[in-house]
Ligand binder design. Structure first.
Ligand code: HQG
Length: 183
């Protein structure tokens, strides 16, 4: 059993190289964001970030947010969402639940109410069905601001939603008219 601290460190490293900067260790991702596990292990080790295949499996299976997925044959790994680099995850469009939530920082309140939620450096705006999850996402910034998104109306007006393998709801933007402050 690997320590939680070590698993968290590996998870953060995987987020970095699988979502944002594969080039930092010379890792190749295909257009759908997959990296070969052997290549990842070798290049991580060469960069001084050694961990085993078992460590990797443990991160994937125990990670609270299920951030990473293995291919069916176990040979490839990718991040389920959260990329800033260009990848095509191939997620189908799905009808959203009526209400979704977004957790953010109270200091963004005025800007968001003025111009809506935009995707910033990521591919999509990240939304959740679970209000508590939105609170914890917001708490990363300090005092959280939780917004309710009228996803039903958005979908009715033609906005396309996707749901990642780890149940994060993804949309290109949320215009301000669909937002309401919860807390
Ligand atoms: C904000 C974590 C001002 C937006 C979390 C957010 C999530 C605006 C920030 C995942 C704005 C972007 C994603 C506007 C958007 N004015 N601020 N018009 N529009 N923003 O990190 O949603 O642990 O890219 O509210 O749990 O915070 O990495 O997005 O605060 O699921 O797996 O701009 O990251 O998951 O920040 O977090 P981010 P996020 P992981």
């Amino acid at each position: 059993m690997t320590s939680t601290t070590k698993l968290t460190t590996i998870s953060k490293f995987l987020s970095l190289v699988l979502r944002h900067e594969p080039g930092r260790i010379g890792l190749d991702l295909d257009c759908a964001g997959w990296a070969a596990v052997d290549d990842l292990l070798a290049k991580a080790a060469a960069a001084g970030r050694s961990f085993s295949r078992d460590d990797l499996r443990e991160v994937i299976t125990t990670c609270d947010k299920q951030r990473f997925a293995l291919s069916e044959d176990g040979q490839r790994i990718r991040a389920n969402q959260g990329h800033s680099i260009e990848v095509e995850l191939g997620l189908p469009a799905v009808p959203p639940p009526d209400v979704l939530y977004h957790g953010t920082a109270t200091r963004f309140r005025e800007s968001i109410l003025r111009s809506g939620l935009d995707r910033r450096s990521r591919h999509h705006v990240h939304l959740t069905q679970n209000r508590d999850t939105a609170i914890s996402v917001g708490q990363r910034y300090g005092i959280p601001l939780v917004l309710r998104v009228d996803a039903r109306q958005m979908a009715a007006q033609g906005h396309t939603f996707h749901c990642s393998a780890n149940r994060v709801w993804l949309v290109a933007q949320v215009p301000a008219e669909f937002l309401e402050i919860v807390t």
